[in-house]
Ligand binder design. Structure first.
Ligand SMILES: [Zn+2]
Length: 182
């Protein structure tokens, strides 16, 4: 496991003060004045999260860890449904925007809606990346990359850890009109 990731991200994930542009004050104001609009902001202590999450979930969601590629539950899933945040249950992505990136993690070309996730400029580990977090509970989800040439509407790849997500399959029976594997 990666020592840098552990120590650097532990601070950030715990206190969430790393990004002045995100404006802690603004977030606080919003939740006070537009509480009904924002569907609630979830804030819990590390101790509380540790109680609710498995060690692997805690490592990824709260310490910005990364699951190993091709090992997660959803990297190769084609089930129709909605992907929720595994920490707080907020709906984040849908199967409509999921695509086969073959990178070993679930990949989406867009979130369910803007505002569902938030972005943080991540310059750790000698890389220049954009971290993606849950807009409701601020848990780490993964990173978003752009301009890689995937044939998707946005040319973006939201590279998300399976362990950060929980798939809720769509209720209605799925009539498959031609399998992409064929
Ligand atoms: Zn969440």
């Amino acid at each position: 496991m990666n020592i840098f990731e552990n120590s650097i991200f532990r601070n950030r994930a715990t206190h969430a003060v790393a990004d002045p542009a995100a404006g802690q004050d603004t977030a606080r104001e919003e939740s006070a004045t537009e509480a009904s609009d924002r569907a609630g902001t979830v804030r819990k202590s590390d101790a509380e999260w540790r109680q609710e999450l498995t060690p692997e979930e805690f490592y990824v969601l709260r310490q910005a860890g990364t699951e190993r590629p091709f090992t997660g539950e959803y990297w190769d899933t084609h089930t129709a449904g909605v992907y929720q945040c595994r920490a707080c249950g907020a709906e984040l992505f849908t199967s409509n925007e999921k695509f086969d990136s073959h990178c070993g993690w679930p990949s989406f070309w867009a979130p369910l809606a803007e505002g569902k996730v938030r972005y943080i400029h991540d310059r750790t580990l000698g890389m220049d990346r954009v971290e993606v977090r849950c807009g409701t509970c601020d848990s780490h989800l993964g990173h978003v990359f752009e301009g890689e040439g995937y044939g998707t509407p946005t040319d973006q790849r939201y590279c998300i850890n399976s362990v950060s997500l929980k798939l809720v399959p769509r209720e209605e029976p799925q009539v498959s009109g031609g399998s992409p594997e064929a």
